[in-house]
Design a protein around this ligand. Structure first.
Ligand SMILES: [Fe+2]
Length: 208
């Protein structure tokens, strides 16, 4: 049995319509994410990474091959992304997460602008992230390819991602073509803030 497996989506492919279309969701999950999983299983075979879990691979990714870096990142990033989305009516965040967002960025709208600008400013493929720094503060960063803030190759903005948006063209091209800004706007309509809050709580509980 392969070490890494494609996780099932916690909703139907059409659940995020009309913001994320079902064909994009199906191809993104069944082909793109599956390819990262398959390539990661091949890449770790016979290496020191074969017996190490995904988080440990990512936090020490500089020790491994580019194939492991790209595909471990691809598997982790997409697994997180799917968990953050929902077709349910969206409820804005509350409590400690909002306090931290206000402290770091001024307001929720400023955070949304920051993520949008990070996503638009990422040349070519990559991700825009909201992440928790090691001192507990929040930060925004964009990373190229399938990198993420967990990686030890991320020299100035390391931490744990709690919100990520995929800005590879495969995430939006069928519906939005070259309009990455429209896709990044639509993202807020399918973002499940309760999933972000849950992730945030998990992360800060490991810091104390
Ligand atoms: Fe993707």
């Amino acid at each position: 049995m392969n070490k890494f497996q494609l996780p099932e989506l916690p909703y139907a492919y059409e659940a995020l319509e009309p913001y994320f279309d079902q064909e994009t969701m199906r191809i993104h999950h069944q082909r793109h994410h599956q390819a990262y999983v398959d390539n990661l299983n091949r890449a770790v075979e016979g290496t020191a990474a074969a017996d190490i879990d995904l988080l440990d691979i990512l936090t020490k990714v500089s020790q491994y091959s580019p194939a492991i870096r790209n595909n471990a990142g691809g598997h982790y990033n997409h697994s997180l992304f799917w968990q953050l989305l929902s077709g349910k009516p969206q409820v804005e965040p509350k409590g400690k997460l909002v306090d931290e967002i206000n402290a770091a960025f001024g307001s929720l709208d400023e955070l949304k602008s920051g993520i949008k600008n990070a996503g638009l400013g990422q040349f070519g493929s990559g991700w825009a992230w909201l992440y928790v720094k090691h001192n507990g503060a929040l930060g925004i960063v964009a990373t190229p390819n399938q990198d993420n803030p967990l990686m030890d190759t991320q020299l100035t903005s390391r931490g744990v991602p709690i919100l990520g948006v995929d800005v590879w063209e495969h995430a939006y091209y069928l519906k939005y073509q070259n309009r990455r800004a429209d896709y990044l706007e639509a993202f807020w309509s399918v973002l499940d803030w309760s999933a972000v809050e849950k992730k945030y709580e998990e992360v800060i509980n490991t810091l104390v």
